[in-house]
Design a protein around this ligand. Sequence first.
Ligand code: SF4
Length: 342
Amino acid sequence: MNKPFIPQLVYFEPHALDYPLGKELKKKFEEMGIETRFTTSHNQIRDLPGDTDAQKYRIAKSTLVVGIRKTLKFDTSKPSAEYAIPLATGCMAHCHYCYLQTTMGSKPYIRTYVNVEEIFEAADRYIEERAPEITRFEAACTSDIVGIDHLTHSLKKAIEHIGQTELGRLRFVTKFHFVDHLLDAKHNGNTRFRFSINADYVIKSFEPGTSPLNKRIEAAGKVARAGYPLGFIVAPIYLHEGWEEGYRRMFERLDEELPQDARDDITFEFIQHRFTKPAKKVIEKNYPKTKLELDEEKRRYKWGRYGIGKYIYQKDEEDEIKSNLYGYMTKYFPNAKLEYFT
Ligand code: SF4
C-alpha cells in the first residue's frame, strides 16, 4: 500500500456527532465525497453491502464506523503492557495470517472512537491506581492504529497525553509507513514506536494492503530521528526458500537506516509462524488462494489453553530459526533488548 487508507463507506453513530472529532470526521468525509450512513450502534451494521460472505468481508474491511467507546474498562494486555487502550478496532489490510480474523468474526469493519478525552481520563485513573509503579498501555491490540491515524489523529493525541504523564507509557506496533504527522508529537520519550517487519518474501506473499519493507524501515528511521524509543516485532517468522538470506537482508536494511544514537534503546520481539485449527479454517475461507503453509503433518503440536492447540515448527527448524535471528540481532544491534522469542 503506497497511499494512506481512504474508506469506501463510513457509518456514524448519531451521538458520535456530539463530540468534536465526530463532527470533524463527518465534515471531512462529506467533503471527500465518501458515502456516509447512520447506524444505531457500532456493534451492529445491518445493511453492509455485498451479496456473498467473501464480498461482505472485503467491503467491511474498507468500511469505517465512527462511534463512541462505551466500555471504559480496559482489557489487560500482558506481558508487554498492563492495559489495552481502546482507540480503534479492526484493520483495512489483508494479512493472510491475521488473528483479527478469528477475534472479529463477522464484524471485520474498522471502528474508531470519538470520545478520546473520556478514554484518556480512564487511562489517567489506571495510572493513578498503580502509582508509583509505571503503567503501560498498548494501542494496537485490536487494530493497526497507525493505518487510520492520518484520518483521526487519535493516536497522536494519545501520544501527547501520555507524554504529559510521569508514570504512563504507550506502545503500539504497525505495518504502515504513514508516520509523518506523528513525528512532531510531544511524546517525551514515553511512547515506544514499534514496527512489524519481515523478510520481503513474506510481506509480498502474505501481507496485501500493508506498506513494503523498505517504506517501513524508512519510516522507522524517521521515527528514531524524532527521538521515539524504537522497537521491532518480526512476526510471523516463516520458513521459505531463501529465508536466511531474506531475514539477513532485513537486518542489513535496518542497519543502514537506523541512526547510531537510536540503538541503545531498541527492542526486538520474534514470533515464529504457528496456527490453530480454527484459524486455518477461517484463513482458508477468507483467503482461499493463499500459499501460506498450513499443513498439520509438517508441524509439531503444542497443547494450548481452552483445548486449542497450536501447530508450531519442528524442534530442529525452531533451533535454526532461533540461532539465525538471534545471531543477526546481536551482530547488528548488540545493545538491543530481546523482549520475547517464541
Ligand atoms: S496489519 Fe496487522 S491488524 Fe492489519 S491485517 Fe495485517 S496483521 Fe492484521
